[in-house]
Write a protein that binds this ligand. Structure first.
Ligand SMILES: C[S@@+](CC[C@H](N)C(=O)[O-])C[C@H]1O[C@@H](n2cnc3c(N)ncnc32)[C@H](O)[C@@H]1O
Length: 354
């Protein structure tokens, strides 16, 4: 999934650093879960996983990937669906349900009305986040999932698994440069393809994992784990406005939206980690209050909290080690034509609590 700060490609590296430092345990708290890639990885390593994020779209992913351990059977729903032509002995129930959802005709619902050129043709600048047909497909799928939940024919995990399939799929068809804070004027070829809902793969660790949709700072008094993993925002960019459409698809709450991009209100979802002084204050609170053997802070050498201040803050509570590795990143220059390769350091601050 395209998501700022997604750790998917460096999980093995992070894990090998922890192994080299003999940092192991049985429980893991992913304090800024985002896509849940980190949670899933540690779940697959046998850890009991806790996770939290301030965004509801992340909560949906956490419910499906982290808390849930079972492949859904859709035992109440499937008998009522038309035959999807799959051999049910060899086809996963999730594949059958997704195939049915892919057969639905588009509906002119909230996403069509607010984020497609057809639905916004009366605006001075019509919004081109999705082609009309795909906006309508997102609405049709989202509405049907909600109807099934209301009718009681899918259980809670099945509901969140289907929502996660949709959240994961939308990025492949969005006419954006990476985030939803702006749409592109010209159509990206990816956005012109007919949207096809994709299935997701689940991990079973046989343990009772627990997830939260919260400002994680509100949870610190109750945290008691071996490994507490923090992967906060590195800069001033808030996540909520950058993923506002995925948040709306997840909640499907008909919000009032405004501005050129059709932004929902996110005043209750601002992160204190997007400002250096409040980030350091909160880092101090977590390190002081939460119970853990190791706190692992993933950060970036260009992050807004200065390295010496992070070390000074963490050192009050135990022994600190800084590990870092280089990785190459592409950064557009101002006119967006040439791309310059830029090297940054991914940093892991490891605090062993006294
Ligand atoms: C760098 S991203 C995490 C990426 C994640 N590790 C991954 O691999 O996808 C930071 C996340 O922190 C969340 N966030 C920021 N401040 C938060 C807070 N105070 N409480 C909970 N979540 C917060 C954002 O919504 C975002 O999903």
């Amino acid at each position: 999934m395209r998501y700022i700060g997604n750790k998917e490609n460096i999980l093995d590296k992070i894990f090998s650093i922890l192994e080299e430092n003999k940092i192991r345990g049985n429980s893991f708290f992913d304090f800024f879960a985002g896509t849940t890639n980190v949670s899933r990885f540690f779940k697959s390593k046998g850890y009991k996983v806790y996770s939290s994020d301030i965004l509801y779209l992340s909560y949906c992913l956490q419910k499906a990937y982290v808390e849930n351990n079972e492949d859904p059977t859709f035992s109440s729903l499937l008998p009522s669906l038309p035959d999807q032509g799959g051999n049910s002995l060899f086809t996963r129930p999730l594949d059958l349900v997704v195939s049915y959802l892919n057969s639905l005709p588009p509906v002119k619902g909230f996403i069509y009305q607010n984020y497609t050129p057809g639905g916004t043709k009366n605006l001075e600048r019509p919004r081109t986040y999705f082609i009309d047909a795909n906006g309508g497909r997102i609405d049709a799928i989202r509405m049907r999932i909600e109807e099934w939940k209301k009718a009681g024919v899918i259980n809670e995990s099945e509901y969140f698994i289907l929502l996660s399939c949709l959240i994961e799929t939308i990025g492949f068809y969005s006419n954006i440069a990476g985030v939803y804070a702006a749409f592109q004027k010209h159509w990206d070829p990816r956005a012109l393809k007919p949207l096809e809902l994709k299935t997701i793969e689940l991990v079973n660790n046989g343990l009772e994992n627990k997830v939260y949709c919260a400002d994680s700072m509100d949870l610190i008094k109750d945290i008691d784990v071996d490994l507490l993993y923090l992967d906060p925002p590195y800069n001033e960019r808030q996540y909520a406005p950058n993923y506002h459409i995925l948040e709306t698809v997840a909640k499907y709450d008909n919000p009032s939206v405004r501005g050129v991009t059709g932004m929902r209100d996110y005043s209750g979802q601002k992160s204190r980690f997007c400002r250096a002084n409040t980030a350091l204050e909160d880092l101090d609170k977590v390190a002081k209050t939460a119970k853990f053997h190791y706190l692992i802070l993933s950060y970036n050498s260009e992050g807004i909290m200065p390295q010496d201040m992070i070390i000074e803050t963490l050192q009050k509570y135990g022994k600190v080690k800084l590990e870092q590795f280089e990785y190459a990143r592409f950064k557009s220059n101002n006119n967006g034509l040439a791309k310059t390769k830029k090297t940054v350091f991914e940093q892991l601050y490891i605090l062993e609590k006294k």
